[in-house]
Ligand binder design. Structure first.
Ligand code: 5RP
Length: 262
């Protein structure tokens, strides 16, 4: 693997344990001003010191993040449909690799929509972006998006999506946790990180994190279950203690509860 590519990946997936805590705040690219992410500048200021990287769009990077910021950036570069459109899978590449390099991104992220109407376009976008990004040693994170159809989150479907992302040359894949998650991990040759999905209670979100790590995930790319918590700092610390600190879900939740009492 090219030195630059390796170096960028190691800014995201920490070499001491091959794990990562990525904070996702890119939701506005199709959801608009998502609840509790109305002010991304505040979210970044509050949480950046507790994550290994932060995933966001160029608009929010430019307007809401200080350029002296040193946390690695994972830049979302696909989009083109909003939550009120008929088909969320109709995405194109919206931010170039040249722009990603100008913004000093450590990786670029784009969605693929396996089984959806625009599956073909999204997969060809992935192949083309991998071709272009590899010329500059830029890693590509493929997001296995499920659109509004959350029922697609089973091991059969997610294995299919993750494996296709790996076959197309993505360097990291983001997916959802599901029952029999080992099947997803074992049939995918690149590191898998999990999204948190819609907000659930903290105990359940920590259990989900633990179960994913235990089944072989390389970490999380989590958003709503952190910044929609009433205690986002304590929550990201608890997630981190599982991903990097080998804590069990119960220990992490116990520490979370103790911390919010202080
Ligand atoms: C949307 C995304 C989000 O970043 C992703 O869903 C992670 O956030 P959350 O933990 O809130 O699900 O890529 O396509």
């Amino acid at each position: 693997m090219d030195w630059g590519l390796k170096n960028r990946i190691s800014r995201i997936i920490k070499p001491h344990d091959n794990k990562t805590v990525m904070l996702a705040i890119d939701h506005g690219y199709f959801l608009g001003p998502t609840e509790k992410l109305e002010n991304p500048r505040k979210t970044v200021q509050q949480l950046e010191k507790f994550c290994d990287s932060i995933m966001l769009t160029r608009g929010i990077l430019r307007t809401s993040v200080n350029a002296k910021f040193i946390t690695p950036i994972v830049l979302r570069i696909s989009g083109g449909s909003s939550i009120i459109s008929n088909d969320l899978s109709n995405e194109k590449i919206t931010t170039s690799i040249k722009e990603s390099i100008r913004l000093n991104a450590s990786a670029v992220a784009m969605s693929i929509f396996v089984g959806a109407k625009y599956e073909h376009n999204s997969l060809i976008n992935l192949g083309n972006i991998v071709n272009e990004a590899e010329e500059y040693g830029m890693p590509v994170l493929a997001v296995t998006a499920v659109g509004k159809e959350l029922e697609k989150r089973d091991a059969r479907y997610l294995s299919l999506s993750c494996r296709i992302a790996a076959e197309f040359g993505a360097h990291i894949v983001k997916t959802y946790y599901c029952d029999n998650f080992e099947k997803v991990v074992n049939s995918c040759s690149i590191p898998i990180i999990i999204a948190g999905g819609p907000k659930i209670n903290e105990q359940k979100a920590l259990q989900l994190t633990y179960d994913a790590i235990n089944a072989g995930a390389s970490g999380v790319d989590m958003g709503r279950n952190i910044w929609q918590s009433d205690h986002p700092i304590e929550m990201i610390k608890a997630v981190r203690s599982i991903v990097h600190g080998n804590k069990s879900a119960n220990e992490a939740y116990k520490n979370f509860k103790l911390a919010i009492q202080d």
